[in-house]
Design a protein around this ligand. Structure first.
Ligand SMILES: [Zn+2]
Ligand SMILES: [Zn+2]
Length: 412
């Protein structure tokens, strides 16, 4: 399928005029064979520098595209680090008119950073689509030893050849599926935050996230029924998800309370010391836990609220140890202080209605178990003891308004 991004552009009922750098997204069998004509469609011409790594260069399923210069980076130890990318740029025989990157997220960051630095377009050719970064504009890069996620530049075109990405190992496809299915929570969190605090919300962008969620849910149930994975549709949902980030310049539509498990696994606070797992796997377990907690909250027919109080420093120091200073800083301008807590009570029935749209824990758990997706804390090496304080721990690490965070304003 070809995703015409122009339908998402222009003036919107949310009050904004939406823009996207990415004009063309192709998810098709044999797309690489028609690469040149897609470049014409995207209006890209001139000196073409194509980046591979030693793995993607030698993939039998990859049809190598015409190149004015090919650069093949050693895959072993390749990571997105400013120095390494600038070294790669010194190999350019001249300033390209555009760069094409054939590979996964790391190679995209090489192209993204180089293109941004040189003020030229780049084209993304994913060899794996278990993540939604291909259509986004975020560069995950190590600068001076620190990992940063910096909005930089989106690809002008994304050419995803299904014959190539279909070769990815099943566990990566499943992790990617869990990352998209997490939208059942992230969409709910966004809607609830909008209701309660008046936070910006866009029906059009939310509709894109919902479309990705609905399509991926169908793919998941097809897998459960024993069908072959529909890689084309799965790839399409990842592209759609990345576009929501590009339009919003943030991950609001794609990442809510459930995503924080992935951050905790990276940060390793108390109870998470031995935690491990792919991004999508962590997010998948997060989705289950949050779905369970939210449905439990929604059992209450009415609630009482309590006044805002800043996060308890002693508790933060106990839970987060040496990470505590960073957590306290994150909570300095607490989003919970920006609206009257009564708003949660006032909108409680609407909030319950939004939660009712989230599949139940049991439904998600049996689906994930059936398709071989990670679905327990133990599988991620996380101490199950954190389950009771999970919402508090996870919502403390990011100052984004989620229902999980709002529980600090809801009386027991
Ligand atoms: Zn994600
Ligand atoms: Zn809008």
């Amino acid at each position: 399928m070809i995703l015409d991004t122009s339908k998402y552009l222009g003036p919107c009922s949310c009050g904004r005029d939406h823009e996207l750098r990415t004009k063309l997204v192709v998810c098709e069998h044999g797309a690489l064979k028609k690469f040149d004509s897609y470049m014409d469609d995207a209006g890209l011409s001139g000196f073409r520098t194509v980046l591979y790594d030693t793995n993607t260069y030698n993939l039998p399923s990859v049809t190598r595209v015409r190149a004015d210069q090919e650069i093949v980076l050693e895959a072993q130890g390749l990571h997105s680090e400013k120095g390494l990318i600038e070294d790669c740029m010194t190999r350019f025989v001249r300033k390209p008119d555009y760069v094409v990157a054939v590979g996964g997220g790391t190679l995209m960051d090489f192209a993204r950073y180089s293109a941004w630095k040189l003020g030229i377009p780049f084209v993304s050719v994913p060899t794996i689509v278990s993540a939604d970064g291909f259509t986004a504009d975020i560069c995950s890069i190590i600068i001076d030893g620190q990992k940063k996620s910096i909005p930089m530049q989106a690809a002008d075109a994304v050419i995803c050849d299904i014959d190539v990405v279909a070769g990815a190992p099943r566990f990566l496809t499943i992790a990617g599926l869990q990352d998209i299915m997490a939208k059942c929570v992230s969409i709910a969190d966004w809607k609830i935050a909008h209701l309660v605090s008046g936070e910006y919300f866009c029906e059009r962008v939310c509709g894109m996230a919902q479309e990705a969620l609905d399509l991926m849910t169908k793919c998941a149930y097809d897998l459960k029924a024993g069908k072959e994975p529909d890689i084309e549709t799965m790839a399409y949902t990842q592209m759609l998800s990345g576009l929501t980030m590009q339009i919003l310049s943030n991950s609001r539509a794609a990442s809510g309370a459930e995503h924080l498990v992935a951050h905790l696994v990276e940060m390793k606070p108390r109870g998470f010391e031995n935690a491990h797992g792919l991004h999508g796997e962590c997010v998948g377990v997060g989705t289950l836990l949050v779905a369970q907690a939210y449905h439990k909250l929604a059992e209450r027919e009415s609630i009482e609220v309590k006044p805002f109080t800043p996060i308890d420093e002693e508790w933060v120091r106990w839970e987060f140890g040496e990470l505590a200073d960073g957590i306290l800083k994150e909570n300095e301008n607490d989003v919970l202080a920006t609206f009257p807590p009564e708003n949660i009570k006032l909108h409680w029935q609407e909030i319950r209605g939004i939660i009712a749209e989230i599949p139940s824990y049991e439904e998600l758990d049996s689906l994930y178990a059936a398709i071989g997706a990670k679905h327990t804390l133990e599988e991620l090496g996380i101490d199950p003891v954190v389950k009771d304080s999970f919402l508090d721990i996870s919502s403390a690490i990011r100052n984004r308004l989620t229902l999980a965070r709002m529980t600090r304003l809801i009386a027991d």
